[in-house]
Design a protein around this ligand. Structure first.
Ligand SMILES: C[S@@+](CC[C@H](N)C(=O)[O-])C[C@H]1O[C@@H](n2cnc3c(N)ncnc32)[C@H](O)[C@@H]1O
Length: 346
């Protein structure tokens, strides 16, 4: 047992909150500076700010409870890939003026010249979040995880791991046979990495359209046995029907055009076995988070997320139900939501 298992709960809770505060305060300051640079002044109403704070604290509480109830290891509460982030930080800072210039000139088509972008769907050929190279370079992949943590005040991984509890429950009931777990739109592999920490000994698979992000995921997941990573399109998953016991997706659907979302949902349904579990995490939507509407809409305007505005007006749970999934829970996770569902057994 690690030292974290020996600490009294109130000491562990204080250490966890202190740790999050030490990340949050410098980032709040940095956000203010970047907003000035980009000339973006968000002045949310008091009610919205209170809702944001309340949901943030409830995310931290939920994270802490999951760890102390052994849903996932306590170590995850304090894990931050410091070495990688120390490498990325000066590079990310150097990106700030570049991104500011790109925003000013509206340069969302500025992709690397040496990549054949014609093999990707048109919606994908853009600098999502204004990030340099969009999803089309290793450089972008190396900066991605840190930029997510900066954007979400150190809660990127905290939000991602909120999709673990139903998988941990299924794994505890499943017996000796490893579960086949697929993460669709796996990006750099941070979700799979945390799933593998919480439910070790399973067969993991990640699919992402960006070969550059898949390369990065190979590094992030280098220590995980039995993992395969494929640069493939979620609209045409290269697996036979019913192959997986569990499918997850994290922050994928809000980036897809409205017409693409049902096609991806249908592919997920197809590759999941009857009775299998689908845990879908993505941005919050008005359906369950009307109190955060101001923030959700500001995000669409600021971040070059062209499909986000209609995404937030839709409801992921309804999209899953339309495909035939049986939704058992919709849980809020600060700026995200987790929709838990099953493919019917018959
Ligand atoms: C916002 S990122 C989320 C990545 C990761 N799941 C995470 O939690 O950080 C969205 C990811 O979806 C991927 N993506 C977008 N369209 C896709 C598609 N049609 N098939 C597979 N991946 C796709 C992108 O390459 C990107 O890595």
């Amino acid at each position: 047992m690690s030292i974290l298992g020996l600490l009294p709960e109130h000491t562990l809770r204080s250490a966890y909150h202190a740790r999050q505060a030490s990340i949050r305060y410098p980032l709040l300051f940095a956000h203010g500076v970047v907003r000035r640079l980009l000339d973006r002044n968000l002045a949310p109403s008091r009610a919205s700010s209170e809702a944001l704070r309340r949901e943030y604290l409830s995310l931290l509480e939920r994270d802490f409870e999951n760890a102390t109830q052994d849903v996932y290891p306590r170590e995850l509460l304090f894990e931050f890939p410091l070495r990688g982030y120390a490498w990325a930080l000066p590079r990310l800072l150097a990106e700030v003026p570049r991104v500011a210039m790109r925003v000013r000139r509206g340069g969302w088509r500025e992709l690397p010249d040496d990549v054949d972008t014609s093999r990707f769907p048109s919606y994908f050929r853009r600098t999502f979040h204004w990030q340099s190279d969009g999803y089309m370079s290793r450089r972008s992949a190396r900066l991605y995880d840190l930029s997510v943590e900066v954007m979400f005040m150190g809660c990127g991984d905290v939000m991602r791991r909120q999709l673990i509890p139903p998988i941990a429950t299924l794994a505890s009931e499943h017996g000796a046979q490893p579960l086949r777990i697929l993460d669709v739109g796996c990006g750099t592999g941070r979700t799979l990495q945390q799933i593998a920490r919480a439910v070790p000994g399973q067969q993991y698979c990640g699919v992402d359209l960006s070969p550059f992000y898949i390369e990065e995921a190979r590094e992030v997941l280098a220590g995980v046995p039995d993992v395969s990573l494929l640069a493939e399109d979620a609209e045409q998953l290269p697996f036979r029907d019913g192959h997986f016991d569990v499918v997850t997706s994290c922050f994928l659907f809000h980036e897809l055009p409205r017409a693409t979302r049902p096609r991806v949902m249908a592919e997920i349904f197809r590759v999941l076995r009857p009775g299998g579990l689908f845990v879908c995490e993505d941005s919050a939507q008005h359906a369950e988070a009307a109190d955060l509407s101001e923030f959700l809409e500001a995000f669409a305007a600021d971040m070059h997320e062209p499909f986000y505005l209609d995404y937030v007006q839709d409801d992921l749970a309804l999209l899953a139900e339309k495909e035939g999934f049986e939704v058992s829970a919709v849980d809020r996770a600060w700026l995200a939501k987790v929709v838990t569902s099953r493919r019917p057994a018959h």
